[in-house]
Design a protein around this ligand. Structure first.
Ligand SMILES: CSC[C@H]1O[C@H](OP(=O)(O)O)[C@H](O)[C@@H]1O
Length: 348
């Protein structure tokens, strides 16, 4: 399987270059960030988004901070940088997993006089390259799952492709891999309001690679499921609890309920860095709420009355009971439960 040619995150020696996902699909703009504060802001503003991509970007943000930590109290400078990056978005646990990996490097070098710039950059690069390898492994496992029943039509929600990861994708990585093996006849992408990751990002990724995609309003998804036109609902995740409850883009829970009602199988695809085994269930996963303007405006145009109260959570929780399989880089967890998860993640 060849990985996608889309490169959302590029290290440039003394800066990080990010493909600005707010401008897609009509403009491909690359922004440069030069320190941890600018990196954190880019994550908060969703210049770069997607659970694995957020973790990768934050790791490089710590490496940028190390390059600028000239004085002897570099450990405190880097701790400040980690704190700033950790506050950028609350739900995707990949962010905190990556920062913990970077803190481990700092701890191993704490006694030396200068910041371990090379070691931190090596760690960030390893996190980046590992995510791509994990994506390709998940693509293989997910395709094997699809192949059990032959060719299929799938629905996906939000964007879980090369733009959201180190390249190739999680759920969209499975779709890419299954397509290459002739297992996918059609992909239905939900627009994914309010930020439109499906319309602006997933449809763009699939169209540029010649994978047949139909874009529909979020509210049309239930009709497709009711008509029996979907074989698999394949989605990503931002945090998976020890019992298999999944935090993912808002709307995923409703889709999973409808899929179960109509006999459509639900596959969640996420690397092990998305699992938070310290949480027994999804009840304690922090759900990000974002700026009201995401609902009240489309660009500069106001589409809701002034001063109307807004509810804008951007993730929800899908109980493990509604999920048929979770695919990670180590294999397939089916059905998801504390025992099967602990066993596959080596936490028994
Ligand atoms: C492989 S990306 C996982 C996850 O991240 C997305 O959220 P956002 O676009 O707000 O960063 C979405 O929930 C994807 O499923």
């Amino acid at each position: 399987m060849t990985a996608s040619t889309i490169v959302p995150i590029r290290w440039c020696g003394d800066a990080l270059e990010l493909l600005d996902q707010r401008a897609l699909p009509d403009r491909e703009i690359r922004l440069r960030v030069n320190d941890a504060t600018q990196t954190a802001q880019a994550i908060t503003d969703m210049v770069v988004r997607g659970a694995p991509a957020i973790g990768i970007t934050a790791a490089y943000g710590v490496a940028l901070a190390a390059q600028r930590a000239e004085d002897s109290d570099w450990p405190q400078r880097l701790e400040d940088a980690i704190e700033c990056l950790a506050a950028s978005r609350p739900t995707a646990v990949n962010l905190f997993w990556a920062l913990a990996r970077m803190r481990g490097v700092i701890d191993r070098h704490r006694t030396q006089r200068e910041a371990p710039v090379a070691a931190l950059l090596d760690e960030a690069r390893e996190i980046h390259q590992r995510d791509l390898a994990d994506n390709l492994a998940m693509g293989r496992y997910g395709s094997e799952l699809i192949a059990r029943n032959g060719t299929c039509t799938v629905m996906t929600h939000c964007n879980t492709g090369a733009l959201a990861t180190g390249g190739h994708g999680t759920a969209l990585g499975v779709i890419r891999s299954a397509w290459e093996q002739g297992l996918i006849t059609l992909v239905h992408a939900n627009e994914t309001r309010p930020w439109l990751q499906g319309a602006r990002l997933t449809a763009w990724e699939l169209q540029r690679e010649g994978i047949p995609v139909v874009l529909a309003a979020d509210s049309a998804a239930s009709l497709l499921l009711a008509r029996g036109e979907i074989d698999w609902l394949i989605v990503g995740a931002d945090r998976i609890a020890a019992n298999g409850d999944v935090a993912n883009k808002i709307g995923t829970y409703a889709l999973a309920v409808q899929a179960r009602h109509h006999g459509v199988k639900v596959m969640v695809v996420a690397p092990s860095s998305t699992f938070d085994l310290d949480l027994e269930s999804g009840a304690d996963i922090p759900i990000e709420t974002r700026d009201s303007r995401e609902l009240t405006h489309q660009g500069e145009r106001r589409v809701a009355p002034e001063n109307v109260k807004i509810f804008n959570p951007v993730f929800d929780i899908t109980p493990a009971a509604l999920i048929d399989a979770i695919v990670c880089e180590h294999g397939v967890i089916e059905p998801p439960n504390p025992t099967s998860i602990a066993r596959l993640l080596g936490r028994t």
